[in-house]
Design a protein around this ligand. Structure first.
Ligand code: 4AD
Ligand code: MG
Length: 480
């Protein structure tokens, strides 16, 4: 097929040759003498103008060129008369590849609400906004692989079906082939999972970290990039039941090395998008500022999207401990009336998103790496600090997002790890394989997890995580 993509057509100002383009009609403007068709093929946010002369293109074809239809245009590239575009195509023949009945096609050339577009997620990628989002998402994913590959990290594929709950939060989706209406029972009357496909209870993975740690104990620097699943019933604009996570894990890294890598990595990925997705980001910047103005989004209005991305890339992240954060919060007045004090009685409580956002958006006004959390509110595998109270954890908080990264140095000392597992009721017999890494050739190591959709959210300036993954999985939503 001799099709040429609109993106490459726009990159050259050559004229006088014939080409074939294919794509979806965005708009058609007609008068008696001529029709102007704006065609988009997804290779770029820009449309390409096809000119159709009713003397050359039969009327029954012209009639079917409606918004949403898919067409193939063959013709000559000429200098464009109109503004905003160097060249255009004078159609010699047009073929209708797929009609779109204007009475029924839901995407008309006007502004549709994001809520409406979520209901037609199977079509929304054909809008400018979603086209831009998914091109940026692609660039970010590519940048993740490029970053780690260039640093000599190895990409590990960890299993989707597991028998463990890495985060110990009990928010797993079960996987079973048993007939749950009539399950086999043990003598005690409980469901007999020995009869199940894997001869045990299994679930979808919540994190590839534990397997990643095993790999780091052999290849030294690895990363995972795969889907993870959490049955947490948080119906927020930041949570998905199915999301993609990037989890690097490094032998011989301590907590500070881990923080340095995470900061460098986040900046790289954002810069990559800034360099490679200009058209889309300019469009999204404009979209976000219109949304901010319409909604008066107080926290984001200080900087535009592009400005914010450049700011994050060019400024050092703030690094503070949990204890310091509590101190700041205790002495802060988030708005004229109330202090945070009423929420934070004691050292040891988990921070709520309003606290995180206050630190990032109001107090420091930049990304914050929060470290050394109380061990009670963090996972069993985090390395215990000498104070006996805190662990070598880090969360990275971003403006407009909150937590984007969670990570830690890992507890490599067998005795301390098993004692902690006992305290937290984590079954050690089932985790014998994990504990083996501490028995044989244990090494200090650290790692973190980046929630990929939260990164896409940040870079695209969208405000709901459901709009940065093609087919969001949230409570009650798995239609498409
Ligand atoms: O903080 P979390 O739970 O950490 C882990 O899973 C570790 N095993 C990571 C590691 O050290 N290797 O999750 C990591 C990140 C969060 O910071 C957040 O960005 C994202 O994953 N995340 C979610 N994103 C969307 N929807 C959800 N329900 C998410 N839960 C976590
Ligand atoms: Mg976390």
């Amino acid at each position: 097929n001799s099709r040429i993509k609109i993106k490459s057509l726009l990159e050259s100002d050559e004229t006088g040759h014939d080409v074939t383009i294919m794509g979806w009609v965005r708009t058609k403007r007609s008068n008696k003498n001529v029709s102007f068709i704006a065609l988009n093929d997804g290779s770029t946010i820009k449309n390409y103008q096809a000119v159709a002369d009713p003397n050359l293109i039969p009327e029954d074809i012209l009639k079917k060129i409606t918004t949403g239809a898919c067409i193939k245009v063959t013709g000559e590239i000429v200098q464009s008369q109109g503004a905003g575009q160097q060249t255009e195509i004078i159609s010699k023949s047009i073929e209708i590849l797929g009609e779109a009945d204007p009475e029924k096609f839901p995407l008309q050339p006007k502004k549709h609400s994001l809520e409406f577009l979520r209901e037609i997620a199977h079509l929304r990628m054909r809008t400018n906004t979603f086209g831009a989002i998914f091109r940026v998402r692609h660039a970010l994913a590519f940048a993740v692989h490029k970053y780690f590959n260039d640093k000599g990290f190895f990409y590990i594929h960890t299993p989707i079906i597991t028998a463990s709950d890495a985060e110990g939060a009990g928010e797993t989706f079960r996987v079973t082939t048993l007939d749950l209406k009539n399950p086999p029972k043990t003598d005690k009357g409980e469901i007999d999972y020995k009869e199940d496909f894997f001869e045990r209870e299994t679930n979808l993975t919540v994190s590839g970290q534990l397997e990643g740690e095993l790999a780091a104990m052999a290849l030294s620097e690895i990363y995972t990039f795969g889907p993870t699943f959490r049955a947490e019933n948080s119906n927020t604009a930041r949570h998905l039941a199915e999301f993609w996570m990037i989890e690097p894990e490094m032998a011989f890294f301590d907590a500070e090395d881990n923080q340095n890598l995470a900061e460098d990595f986040l900046k790289y990925v954002i810069s990559y998008a800034l360099e490679n997705c200009q058209d889309d980001l300019v469009f999204l910047d404009q979209r976000a500022s219109e949304e901010d103005q319409a909604k008066k989004v107080e926290l984001r209005s200080e900087m535009g999207l592009l400005e914010r991305l450049n700011f994050v890339v060019n400024n050092e992240f703030e690094r503070i401990t949990y204890t310091e954060a509590i101190h700041i919060l205790k002495n802060s007045t988030p708005n004229k009336k109330k202090k945070f004090q009423f929420l934070i009685e004691d050292w040891g409580v988990d921070l709520q998103s309003e606290h995180e956002r206050f630190l990032v958006e109001k107090h420091f006004k930049k990304p914050v790496i929060l470290t050394d959390y109380p061990k009670e509110i963090k996972s069993f595998y985090m390395r215990q600090n000498d104070d006996g109270k805190t662990v070598a954890a880090m969360d990275i908080l971003f403006p407009g997002i909150g937590e984007i990264v969670g990570g830690s140095q890992r507890e490599e000392r067998l005795e301390l790890l098993t004692k902690r597992m006992e305290e937290m009721d984590i079954p050690q017999e089932e985790m014998w394989w994990y504990l083996d890494t501490r028995r044989f050739g244990a090494a200090p190591h650290a790692g973190f997890g980046l929630g990929f959709e939260r990164m896409v959210l940040f870079v695209t300036g969208m405000s709901n995580i459901r709009d940065v993954i093609a087919f969001p999985r949230t409570p009650g939503n798995a239609e498409f």
